[in-house]
Design a protein around this ligand. Structure first.
Ligand SMILES: [Zn+2]
Length: 307
């Protein structure tokens, strides 16, 4: 009896040490982060808290001071939580390539597109051709008030379809407080033209269209190629609002098409916040959590096919 008690005590100690010790991070199951950035779309001072909604509210974390600090803290968090792959986008090609060179194999890199006229289509084709880029987006044209079905975005969809790479798009009701941002340009129904015209496009939508649930469910039912991420909403809105949305998506049967993303921007602490938000959702089974944190992204990215 006494031995059993001691053994139980020892196993609790072992469990606790594994939980707390980052050295043992590799013993955690793998995670794929489908939404990462080198920087943020807003110019904020170092140390500024992460954005939060709705106002008035208090943001968490402290903005990193430079892309170098952001890279090292992001990699630290990736190691700690055993994030084996991140879908990383940025508007500055040089900085994006620097991250990818600093940590080969850790990132799928893709250009951030806000003003569609900013990027040379020839250069993008070249980057896709040599597999320097393995994705397109985040397409953040909504930050400029441009809707997803705007003809200006057509060449991006066409190239992504031709090269068979995933595309992340910001199509939802919320976004950074920029004067050009328009919630109305983020209605998921606006994706229909794109999905009809590009049936082979591997598109995934930031925050699964939050808070436009009905329109997003309609799109995901009609177009099985469409996936959604659970990224900024894991930490930027009240947890109760996130769980309410996630619960409804699960009840709609979409649990195999949702993928975790941190959207950490300049706040690498948000990587852990986002993961905990998924792990602490008591209405999800362990299998559903693994699907969101890893399995669905493996399927969407066709990682198994590559061996
Ligand atoms: Zn983003």
């Amino acid at each position: 009896m006494k031995t059993t008690k001691i053994l139980t005590f020892l196993s609790i100690l072992l469990f606790l040490s594994l939980e707390l010790d980052p050295v043992h991070a590799q013993e955690r199951p793998p995670i794929i982060d489908m939404h990462m950035h080198v920087g943020a779309p807003l110019d904020l001072p170092a140390g500024a808290p992460a954005p939060c909604l709705p106002h008035p509210c208090e943001g968490k974390g402290k903005a990193t001071a430079s892309p170098e600090e952001n890279l090292s803290k992001t990699l630290e968090a990736m190691d700690r939580y055993n994030i084996v792959l991140g879908f990383l986008s940025h508007f500055d090609r040089t900085e994006l390539l620097e991250w990818s060179e600093a940590a080969p194999e850790r990132f799928i890199i893709a250009p951030f597109v806000d003003d569609p006229s900013d990027i040379s289509h020839d250069e993008l084709r070249q980057d896709l051709e040599v597999q320097r880029y393995a994705g397109v987006g985040e397409i953040g044209a909504q930050l400029e008030g441009i809707a997803p079905n705007d003809p200006e975005l057509e060449p991006y969809y066409a190239l992504a379809e031709e090269y068979d790479v995933p595309v992340l798009i910001h199509t939802e009701g919320i976004g950074p407080p920029l004067p050009t941002f328009r919630s109305a340009a983020g209605r998921p129904l606006l994706l229909e033209d794109v999905l009809v015209k590009h049936p082979d496009l591997r598109l995934f939508v930031e925050n699964t269209g939050y808070p436009y649930l009905d329109e997003m469910v309609a799109m995901m039912y009609q177009y099985p190629q469409l996936y959604g991420d659970l990224s900024t909403i894991t930490w930027i809105i009240p947890r109760s609002a996130f769980y309410d949305y996630l619960k409804r998506l699960m009840e709609a049967g979409l649990g195999k098409r949702l993928m975790f993303g941190s959207d950490q921007m300049r706040w690498p602490e948000m990587i852990g916040e986002g993961i905990k938000a998924i792990q602490n959702a008591d209405f999800l089974t362990e299998e559903e959590k693994r699907d969101i944190l890893y399995n669905n992204a493996v399927r969407f990215l066709r990682l198994k096919e590559k061996g």
